[in-house]
Design a protein around this ligand. Structure first.
Ligand code: GRG
Length: 295
């Protein structure tokens, strides 16, 4: 099977669903809806929604519910977090997904509101799309709210900002930040796919573990890429971590060791994947491809 082609097809399916489930660009408030669509538009890797849809397929692909709306909800949360992370009060960045960040393309207030609206829209999509299966709707809402809340995504971001403003992060603090800022949404994507596919409790646990390890590998790779690639290739400002004195796996462990640790986490993710039912070959290829980006 041509996995690259398969990936493109899955991304196209997700992008059609994004277009369908976001408010129309000319619907009032047109500026707000246009800004939401601007940030959600093609350019991202769509990693989290593809993981979600692919996890559902392991169990037969949506026995309990269509995974696409959940995939869009996850991408809405991810995109809101990027918009807010890029704001001057946080990372203050000008480039995202190869284009000006939302506050550069519009203005700060519009970017803030577009992020707020995407966060809210994510839960509306779950409530609307899974209304015929209330138990599934509740499980999906719970999973996403836990991952995106103060104990995970937002808490990880808070500690990241504190470390940057202070004297840097210890290796333990760095692990906390990565587990929550990055891995939480990746864990949730796989687990929500499992919920749509009708996974049992054991498989949901394994999906979470797989996401945790993949999330750690993914963040370390992101740190290595920031240190080794150029802005044009990344589509976001390169070399920023070192310039802002940020603690990363690269600053704490060095590039070679960071690559080795990324490989260790990705091997664990692949081993965990192997304990799941169904055909895991596509996901295995995707994991390898993501971690292979460092070379
Ligand atoms: C503002 C609540 C809040 C959270 C922000 C996402 C985030 C947390 C910060 C962005 C900076 C960063 C390096 C986060 C770690 C996760 C990560 C690598 C995000 C980028 O994800 P990709 O590479 O982005 O999947 P695309 O654009 O491809 O979707």
């Amino acid at each position: 099977m041509d996995y690259g082609e398969e990936l493109r097809e899955r991304i196209e399916g997700v992008e059609r669903a994004i277009d369908r489930l976001l408010p129309g660009a000319i619907e009032p408030s047109a500026r707000l809806h246009e800004a939401m669509r601007y940030s959600m538009a093609a350019g991202g890797k769509r990693l989290r929604p593809v993981l979600l849809v692919s996890a559902a397929r392991l169990f037969g692909g949506g026995q309990k519910g269509d995974p696409l709306p959940a995939a869009v909800a996850v991408e809405c949360i991810h995109t809101y977090s990027l918009i807010h992370d890029d704001l001057p009060c946080m990372d203050n960045d000008d480039l995202r997904r190869g284009r000006p960040t939302a506050h550069r393309a519009y203005d700060e207030a519009t970017a803030l509101l577009a992020g707020d609206a995407l966060l809210t829209r994510a839960f509306a999509i779950l409530a609307e799309s899974y209304a015929p299966t209330p138990a599934l709707a509740a499980s999906l809402v719970r999973q996403l709210a836990d991952a995106a809340g103060s104990r995970r995504l937002v808490g990880g971001q808070m500690e990241d900002l504190l470390a940057e403003r202070g004297s840097g992060a210890t290796p333990e603090a760095l692990r906390y930040i990565h587990l929550n800022k990055t891995a939480a949404m990746i864990e949730a994507s796989l687990a929500m796919g499992g919920l749509c596919g009708g996974a049992d409790a054991g498989s949901l646990e394994t999906l979470g573990e797989t996401g945790r390890e993949l999330g750690l590998a993914f963040q370390i790779v992101d740190d290595v890429l920031d240190a080794t690639m150029d802005t044009a290739t990344l589509g976001k400002t390169a070399g920023k971590d070192a310039r802002s004195g940020k603690s990363t796996y690269v600053s704490v462990h060095g590039i070679d060791e960071a690559r080795r640790i990324a490989r260790e986490h990705s091997d664990r993710a692949i081993a965990s994947l192997g304990r799941l039912p169904g055909d895991t070959a596509f996901l295995r290829w995707l994991f390898e491809t993501l971690v292979g980006r460092t070379h």
